[in-house]
Ligand binder design. Structure first.
Ligand code: HPA
Length: 278
């Protein structure tokens, strides 16, 4: 049977992928979903016992990932009495994928039962005082990608035509995160298409617009999650100061190295959080 196409049939595609997931993992319902962004993969080992792992492509609707450091498997992890679905990487717009393909993972997670979604990413920091290696809670976003996973006829089975965006990054989850790690700061994430890092003029613009973190992911997935009404927590790991704010040339390998150095600590943070979800 061919898999429904997420670009034209996002609900059916997510439903079908969730069914394959349940069958291949032997877990009928996953309670929480975690998407691990650039360099966050080492965090996975802290999340609990891996009971199944498979390539996302086996779920249907997912393309092969093209960027070094972006994995393409999904793990089913046991954390206490919780089943956690962990995507070991994500799909980006700049790879040439349709917004619905970018959102397919989180839509699959919600169809698989996830009542909470946790998104992670690597980001450039703009706010004075931010430093590489610092985890930051995303409090809100500016979607400057020029794209949305809600383009086209609305499927009411996913959510409403005009979703409210007032509490996308669920305030109560941010509060819960701070009970685990009281030093966590919050910031506004500005999402761009990439794949270039920003010019100094763009960094100046982002600052004026109110962006405190900048990156190339997350906002489309966040919109898709908000559309379904599912609580969302998102964490950026500041891997560098945004272009021009420090005397360094930005390189993907350096971003991955900074993330790797903090990833295990981040994994413990997410694991503690998952354990405290009600
Ligand atoms: N800009 C955009 N995306 C990023 C950055 C950045 O400085 N760092 C990590 N991802």
């Amino acid at each position: 049977m061919t898999h429904p196409d997420p670009t034209t049939h996002p609900f059916e595609a997510a439903e079908a992928s969730a069914a394959v997931l349940a069958e291949r993992t032997g877990v009928a319902r996953h309670d929480v979903a975690v998407v691990l962004g650039s360099g966050w993969k080492p965090a996975a080992d802290r999340l609990g016992e891996v009971t199944a792992e498979l390539p996302v492509t086996e779920l249907g609707g997912f393309p092969e990932s093209s960027v070094a450091g972006h994995g393409s498997t999904v793990r089913s992890i046991r954390n206490g009495d919780r089943h956690v679905l962990v995507f070991m990487g994500r799909v980006h717009l700049y790879e040439g994928h349709h917004p619905n393909v970018v959102a397919h993972g989180v839509r699959t997670a919600v169809r698989a039962g996830a009542g909470t979604v946790v998104l992670t990413n690597a980001a450039g920091g703009l706010r004075p005082g931010m430093r590489a290696g610092q985890p930051v809670l995303i409090a809100d976003h500016l979607n400057l990608t020029g794209h949305t996973p809600l383009l086209g006829p609305n499927d009411d089975r996913l959510g409403p035509r005009f979703p409210d965006m007032g509490d996308v990054y669920t305030a109560s989850l941010r509060e819960l995160a701070r009970t685990v790690e009281p030093t966590l700061e919050e910031a506004v994430y500005l999402g761009l298409l990439g794949p270039t890092y920003e010019t100094p003029a763009e960094v100046a613009m982002i600052g004026r617009l109110g962006g405190e973190l900048v990156g190339m992911s997350t906002v489309l997935e966040a919109i898709a999650v908000a559309h379904t009404g599912t609580p969302l927590l998102a964490l950026s790991l500041v891997t560098n100061l945004a272009a021009g704010l420090a005397d360094e040339v930005l390189a993907h390998d350096d971003v991955l190295a900074v993330a790797a150095a903090s990833a295990e600590r981040m994994g413990s943070l997410i694991a503690d959080l998952v354990a405290r979800l009600t």
